[in-house]
Design a protein around this ligand. Sequence first.
Ligand code: HEC
Length: 111
Amino acid sequence: MIRPLPIAACLALAFSLHAPAAFAQQPAGDADRGRALTYTCVGCHGIEGYKNAYPHYHVPKIGGQSAEYLANALTEYRRGTRRHPTMEVQAQSFSDQDIADIAAFLSGLTP
Ligand code: HEC
């Protein structure tokens, strides 16, 4: 008898097959535009040198991550597939081009 795959394995498989197609359309990023767009992010993420303005609450390090990772995270917040009240609000105003530009700029930083 063939045992069905556990649900978690099915979901992981479905996601890994789906993700590259969903994110394949991202435009090329312009880091100079990204710099201007990330002006408001510094207050929380403390991009320059990681001096976090909110030391009492955890924010992930975003500078120097891969552009693909950053663009995927922002796209998920924008779609609401990754839930976080603040970041959903941040991401909702961005176009695909904005996200690509932000990812290009942040990924080029050396923290
Ligand atoms: C009010 C504070 C705040 C502001 C402003 C803010 N962020 Fe965030 N950001 C957070 C927090 C908190 C998280 C972690 C959320 C979670 O756990 O999903 C986060 C998560 C992220 C992540 C996911 C990182 C990871 O490792 O998964 C990215 C990318 C990101 N922010 C980019 C930005 C960008 C770009 C801006 C500016 C446009 C911005 N954030 C503005 C608080 C903020």
